[in-house]
Design a protein around this ligand. Structure first.
Ligand SMILES: C[S@@+](CC[C@H](N)C(=O)[O-])C[C@H]1O[C@@H](n2cnc3c(N)ncnc32)[C@H](O)[C@@H]1O
Length: 237
C-alpha cells in the first residue's frame, strides 16, 4: 500500500501546457475531502462517461452471477449502480455509503423492499450484522488501511461466506489514473491510495480468507493494454 497524500506540488496542469497550476488558466486538479467530493460528484456520477464505473458493473455481474445469498452487504453503494442487481440476488441487502448525496440518488432509483440504506464511514468499526456476501466496488482506493477492512469483513461475514472486491488496477493507478470529476470548469481529484495485488492477498490471508477467483479486466478485452480493474472473490474459512 502506497499512500498518496495531497501536497501543493501535486497540483498539476491538467492540459499539460505548464508545470505549475497557477500559471494555467485552462484547468487545475483540486484535491478535496473524499466525502465532500462524492457529495459534489453525485449530480454527474451516473451521466458523465466513465469506463471504470461501466467495466466494474460488467465484472460484478460476471463474478457473482451464479450465486444467491441470504444477506448481502454492499459497501460504497454510491448512486446504486449495482444495488438493484444485488437486491435481486438475495433476501436482504444492506447498502452503505458515507455520502448522503450519492445514496440519495441510489434511494430514488430503488423500489425493492429488501434494501436497507445506511450512512456509514467504513473506516470506523462496523455494526451491520452478519452477511453471506460483502461487496466493495471502487471504494478501497480511497481507504488507506486495508487491514482494518479485512478485519471488519472477517467479523461480519458468516463462515463460508464471500467477499467480492473490484478496484482500479494498481498498474492503472501507477500510470496516473485517478478518481476525478469536473465541477464548474475545474477538475477535482480525490485522495487515493495504491494497494498492490499482494497487499490484498496478504490482508486476506491474515484475516482467514482464501482467494477463489482473481481476474484482471481490460478495456475492450484488449490484453495488450494495462488492465483497468482487478477483481477478487475471497471465501471466509
Ligand atoms: C467510485 S464510487 C463507487 C460507487 C459504486 N460502488 C459504483 O461502483 O459505482 C465510491 C463510493 O465509495 C464511497 N466511500 C468512499 N469512502 C468511503 C468510506 N470511508 N465509507 C463509506 N463510503 C465511502 C463514496 O461515497 C462513493 O459513493
Amino acid at each position: 500500500m502506497v499512500p498518496q497524500i495531497y501536497r501543493a506540488k501535486a497540483i498539476n496542469c491538467h492540459a499539460g501546457c505548464c508545470s505549475l497550476a497557477y500559471l494555467c488558466l485552462i484547468s487545475v486538479n483540486i484535491m478535496i475531502q473524499t466525502q465532500d467530493a462524492y457529495n459534489n460528484w453525485a449530480k454527474t456520477y451516473d451521466t458523465v462517461a466513465n469506463k471504470t464505473r461501466d467495466l466494474e458493473a460488467i465484472a460484478l455481474k460476471a463474478v457473482l452471477d451464479d450465486s444467491r445469498y441470504d444477506t448481502i452487504l454492499e459497501l460504497g453503494c454510491g448512486t446504486g449502480k449495482n444495488t438493484i442487481w444485488l437486491s435481486g440476488k438475495c433476501d436482504q441487502l444492506t447498502a452503505a455509503d458515507f455520502s448522503p448525496e450519492m445514496m440519495a440518488i441510489a434511494q430514488q432509483k430503488v423500489t425493492s423492499p429488501n434494501i436497507t440504506f445506511k450512512q456509514v464511514d467504513i473506516t470506523h468499526a462496523w455494526d451491520f450484522g452478519k452477511a453471506d456476501l460483502i461487496t466493495c466496488s471502487l471504494i478501497l482506493e480511497h481507504i488507506e488501511n486495508l487491514d482494518h477492512i479485512f478485519r471488519q469483513a472477517a467479523q461480519t461475514i458468516k463462515p463460508g461466506g464471500k467477499f467480492y472486491i473490484c478496484e482500479l488496477h494498481p498498474y492503472k493507478q501507477l500510470e496516473g489514473s485517478r478518481a476525478k470529476f469536473e465541477m464548474n470548469g475545474e477538475l477535482h481529484q480525490l485522495e487515493y491510495f495504491i494497494h498492490h495485488i499482494s497487499d490484498y492477498m496478504q490482508a486476506a490471508r491474515k484475516h482467514g480468507f482464501v482467494c477463489d477467483d482473481l481476474q484482471e479486466w481490460f478495456d475492450n478485452d484488449d490484453k495488450t493494454t494495462t488492465p483497468r480493474l482487478v477483481s477478487f472473490l475471497f471465501s471466509k474459512k
